[in-house]
Design a protein around this ligand. Structure first.
Ligand code: BDR
Ligand code: CA
Length: 319
């Protein structure tokens, strides 16, 4: 059997975080060493519990759930309120209370120990605020030498979704994001530019609804995104094309990168701007007044249909 790539998933589950996790676990391409919840979509007490629930749901109680950060490095606790519902899994999914417990070990120590154990091999998929990773790079200055690459969902070239300038994950802890982008580890950034093109439509939802247990949970997680929230007027619902699941795009990139076109750019993070705090600032080679030091493969285009297909097929493998 081919050796699987060692991987740590850092996330803030979250509807789309859950779908992202299902896809990676279903792909069977990665050896998931552990998952590191972080405060983001919800406070840590909820994202932690959700991480435990997800591992149990897919029969992977063996995956350690590490102790993550409760708040951003300098900016404190910033959550997305009720964007992902009260529980973080929307109003259609209610998973049983977990039996499994969070490990005593902190996420940043686990990341470092895993990097030392798998030097040059370890990959990290981070689809929440980058606080756990930021702390890891501060605490262990040599960590950058051992990580093969970091793939994130966050940022983008042009606009934001939390503020006009900033995407939520980067806005929630811009200082951590800056540390991560400046760490010197090869990066890939699946930002809003492509995540907003990766629409899941009603046909995709129907395929999931026709699947087994985990496909059905995934369908319930994304139902309101695809069909529209309950308070949306019927006429609007009828005309709605579908909804997006940002973190699933990052999972797709790790499973089948041919679905996503990237551009090699240098990403910097705005940590202080009065209007642009948390904005990712991407330098392209033709930026004439600045020295261009590319560090990130940033998503610029996505084959929507192929993406949806990867998502549905990977989740089905868990059914
Ligand atoms: C990102 O923010 C969160 O709400 C999602 O889980 C995703 O990681 C999108 O901006
Ligand atoms: Ca997320």
């Amino acid at each position: 059997m081919e050796k699987k790539t060692p991987l740590i998933i850092d996330f803030d589950p979250g509807l789309d975080d859950a779908v992202c996790f299902f896809m990676i676990a279903g792909s069977n391409m990665y050896d998931i060493l552990g998952v590191c919840p972080v405060s983001g979509n919800k406070g840590l007490e909820i994202t932690e519990k959700n991480a435990l629930k997800l591992c149990e749901l897919i029969g992977r109680s063996d995956i350690p759930v590490l102790r993550g950060a409760k708040k951003g490095i300098l900016k404190g606790k910033r959550t997305s309120g009720n964007v992902h519902g009260q529980s973080g899994f929307g109003r259609n999914v209610d998973l049983p209370e977990p039996v499994k417990q969070v490990e005593k070990k902190y996420a940043w120590d686990f990341i470092y120990d895993s990097a030392i154990k798998y030097p040059g091999e370890l990959e990290i998929l981070a689809v929440g605020p980058l606080t756990n990773l930021g702390i890891a790079f501060i605490k262990y200055p040599d960590l950058n030498q051992y990580i093969k690459r970091i793939v994130i969902m966050g940022g983008g070239f042009s606009h934001g979704n939390w503020t006009a300038a900033a995407e939520f994950n980067i806005w929630a802890d811009p200082d951590a994001a800056r540390i991560v982008f400046e760490a010197g580890v090869p990066m890939a950034m699946m930002g809003l530019d492509i995540c907003e093109k990766a629409i899941i439509d009603k046909e995709d939802l129907a395929r999931l609804d026709n699947g087994g247990k985990i496909s059905k949970v995934a369908a319930d997680l994304m139902r309101d995104r695809v069909l529209g929230p309950p308070d949306m007027p019927e006429e609007m619902k009828k005309n709605r094309i579908g909804g997006i699941l940002c973190d699933a795009v990052a999972a797709c990139y790790m499973i089948d990168p041919t679905v996503i076109e990237t551009e090699y750019v240098e990403v910097r993070v705005e940590t202080k701007g009065t209007l642009t705090e948390g904005k990712t600032y991407a330098l392209r080679p033709f930026t004439e007044t600045e020295i261009y030091k590319p560090n990130t493969y940033a998503g610029v285009n996505i084959d929507r249909k192929a993406f949806a297909d990867v998502m549905i097929r990977m989740i089905a493998k868990l059914d």
